[in-house]
Design a binder for this molecule. Structure first.
Ligand code: NDP
Ligand code: A1CAB
Length: 280
């Protein structure tokens, strides 16, 4: 039987996951979403044919699997409001950056299967990449089901230690935005050199896709793929020398470290112990 899935807090990430699921054949009548905004509920209901509710508790009641998709700062209030009605057979999946399993277990207040995920928005095209870790109450069968769920919108990896979720966030969760930023800079320069924006966008973005496909499909070191393009004393060499002069490794490492540090600070802001001391 196909489980009913409730997405609590339909925004960018929830939409990316359920639209990818719909494309891969998940029945719309098994998908519920929640939002506090009436216009959004109407929009998602009409556009995707899923059920949209205002009441998270009602969504919880109807669902076998609950995907928590609100912002980290909203997570505790959302869980607190329905924790008393959680059933032991339900499976929870969080997509929130930084919020640790221990904190969510504490807010849920009872032993329940819980998976922390870090997906990304390419999921909406079936090209997502998701990092996963489960708590001790999640069975192997539930983990397999979660793997299948995220396979339907791309690919996934299970990490061994929860601290690795910070790294996953910097390598894949946030990373589409790095590539978009890089493309924005390339397209801007193409336009400054006289091409129209549409042509610049096509040249740069299809090149990014082609390069990514070479990395994924060809069994060759990335450095070799780079060398194959870099003729001695040619054009590419000049571009790469310019990157090195700006210390591209440091630029990328600084950005990824900033991402990881923010993920860690979210974890500390919303940790169960901090919450307890706040309560106490
Ligand atoms: N965007 C991304 O690329 C990624 C995001 N994430 C994680 O996904 C989560 C959501 O991010 P994102 O989708 O970008 O954020 P959005 O703001 O787009 O979505 C969150 C949605 O939650 C809804 N919401 C807020 N409070 C409630 C509530 N009490 N009940 C029901 N709905 C509520 C809001 O709608 P309304 O105000 O109408 O209720 C809003 O649309 C975050 O925790 C983030 O860390 C993880 C990986 C990637
Ligand atoms: O920026 C954020 O906090 C979320 C988590 C990963 C991508 N977006």
């Amino acid at each position: 039987m196909t489980p009913s899935i409730a997405f609590i807090g339909v925004g960018n990430m929830a939409r990316a996951i359920f639209s990818g699921m719909l494309v891969s054949g998940y029945p719309a009548d098994k998908i519920i979403g929640t939002s506090r905004t009436a216009e959004k509920r109407d929009h998602y209901q009409q556009t995707f044919g899923i059920s949209m509710l205002a009441d998270n508790g009602e969504a919880l009641k109807r669902a076998d699997v609950i995907v928590l998709c609100v912002k980290p700062a909203q997570m505790q209030a959302v869980i607190d409001a329905f924790a008393a009605h959680v059933r032991a057979d339900q499976l929870f999946i969080s997509v929130a950056a930084g919020v640790e399993l221990g904190a969510m277990e504490h807010w849920l207040g009872q032993p329940v299967a819980l998976v922390r995920s870090m997906p990304n928005t390419p999921s909406q095209l079936g090209a997502g990449m998701t990092g996963l870790i489960a708590n001790a109450h999640t069975s192997d069968e539930q983990k397999s089901w979660v793997t299948e769920l995220f396979s339907s919108v791309g690919d996934s990896v299970w990490v061994e230690k929860e601290e690795h979720m910070h790294t996953v966030t910097s390598l894949s969760g946030s990373a589409p935005a790095y590539f978009f930023r890089f493309l924005e800079a390339m397209i801007k320069n193409g336009v400054e050199q006289g091409l129209d924006e549409e042509t610049s966008r096509k040249l740069a973005s299809l090149t990014m896709m082609g390069a990514a496909r070479m990395v994924i499909d060809l069994d060759e070191p990335i450095s070799q793929l780079r060398k194959n393009i870099t003729s001695p004393n040619g054009t590419t060499e000049q571009a790469l020398l310019s990157f090195e002069a700006s210390d591209i490794d440091k630029i990328v490492a600084d950005a990824m470290t900033a991402c990881v540090n923010r993920s860690k600070s979210l974890a500390s802001d919303f940790s169960a112990s901090k919450n307890e001391s706040k309560d106490g």
